[in-house]
Write a protein that binds this ligand. Sequence first.
Ligand SMILES: [Zn+2]
Ligand SMILES: [Zn+2]
Length: 201
Amino acid sequence: MTDFVNEPTTGEEITYCAVHPDRETGLRCNKCGRYMCAQCAVQTPVGYRCRECVRQHDDKFFNATQNDYILLFAVSAGLTGLVAVVMSAIRLPLLFIILLGLPIGGAISEAVVRAVKKRRGRQSGIIAASGAVIGGLVGAGLQTYLTLQGRISEAAAARGIENVPAIPLDAVFNSLLSNWSLLILIAIVAFAVYSRFKMRI
Ligand SMILES: [Zn+2]
Ligand SMILES: [Zn+2]
């Protein structure tokens, strides 16, 4: 494959993509020098490279361990869950949620990145974002459940009913899904942690 790299070019030589031999191309990877078609070329800050060179570069860059993924998920889920509990208890208006969402998302992202000592892997962003979504929904669901159960217990006590009925889970679910501002907050936090891991610094 490297044989032809140093061959003198006649100017009319036809070259083909190293991966797709049927595609004519004059474009070469600026690292390994192989010819590549438009589909195989990846634009990087240092020019066009082939997928293999990009992958090798990423492998050096990604250094997260399995434990990092678990830690990422746990920290992201725990903090977002905590925020969701507080926010669903105080029920701020949507505008405040949006204004607060980015700084909260930023703070959680920083905490998550520090927890894994800035190590990251190919899946870090998506795992941290899933942690935020799951933690946020569980936290908010728990808060909603306790609030509804508390109201029912009070109502039961006021009427002298001893057997407090349990809250049907779909009532908790509906109440949670109707809390738009909280769902938006969770989405903002999930987006923030995801983007934080996409940043290459
Ligand atoms: Zn290459
Ligand atoms: Zn190709």
